[in-house]
Design a protein around this ligand. Structure first.
Ligand SMILES: [Zn+2]
Length: 94
């Protein structure tokens, strides 16, 4: 695919220091704007750390209370592959 290099670039590049703040702020706006976003979950990277694996599986957080990525105990730091994913309305039981 034409954009593989781009995905690869993002995967290998460091997270900006304000990754958590910026991403969570965007999801918070999505929730406030009557969007279908109900919360955020942490998508744990394949080869990521014990700290990430210790998170409750499938937990849905409000952006205000979501754990900050990279997690404090993550040895990968800015290269942590963990990422936030929006949880959409239709994904949750009504
Ligand atoms: Zn991590």
């Amino acid at each position: 695919m034409a954009f593989d290099w781009l995905t690869d670039f993002f995967r290998k590049s460091d997270k900006p220091v304000d990754y958590a703040e910026r991403t969570l702020a965007a999801y918070r706006m999505g929730m406030n704007a009557q969007g279908a976003i109900r919360g955020v979950r942490v998508d744990v990277g394949e080869d990521c750390c014990d700290a990430a694996r210790a998170l409750p599986a499938g937990a849905v957080y409000h952006p205000d209370s979501a754990p900050r990525l990279p997690l404090p105990g993550c040895p990968h730091g800015g290269r942590c592959r963990c990422a936030y994913r929006p949880v959409m309305d239709f994904e949750l039981p009504q």
